[in-house]
Write a protein that binds this ligand. Sequence first.
Ligand SMILES: [Zn+2]
Length: 197
Amino acid sequence: MKLFTRRASIPDAAVWTPPGTTVVQRYRNALGHKEGAVVLVYTAGERRCSYFATACLGCTYRAASTARASRLTEAEAADLANTHAVGCRAMGHGVPAAPGDFNAAQIVRDRLRILRPRHLPAAPASPHSVLISNFHVDRVALQRDDAFIQQAMTEIARTEPDFVTTELNFSGTGTQFVIQPHPAPKPAPRRRTASRH
Ligand SMILES: [Zn+2]
């Protein structure tokens, strides 16, 4: 008689690496080794981007920047991860479910929308090149490689060319994605004032 059936290939949160990332450090939070959630320090990208991020698998904590720095070195990300782990009391509840392709593409689109430059009255916005590190904070939810992100952006560039465009990258070896600003606000229509007679 079989007492236990092994559930097939359920990833263990203690050693899990979100697809598309390279995990360089792991911390257990304040609940400790057995029950506590894991806090990851990772980078992403096929060519291992030199910027890092941290994410807690037990709560919604994500960080790829600080108030002082727009990008994190490994030491800075590890510092944030450690500080979070000391204070976080979330139970470890396994590995987050991977989204389907449609929802994953939506995560890419949402990030691009957040990055889209806005015009300010004094400073017209300029186009913004997309870096693979722009998706660092999304990697735990996204669980896709760079090729998927590029494919999703290619699709948006094809259907919404006023939102995302492509150009040859700096070294001329690949595609660079560029987010276009919102259209400049139209000048307010002049109010016609009726002349009194
Ligand atoms: Zn947490």
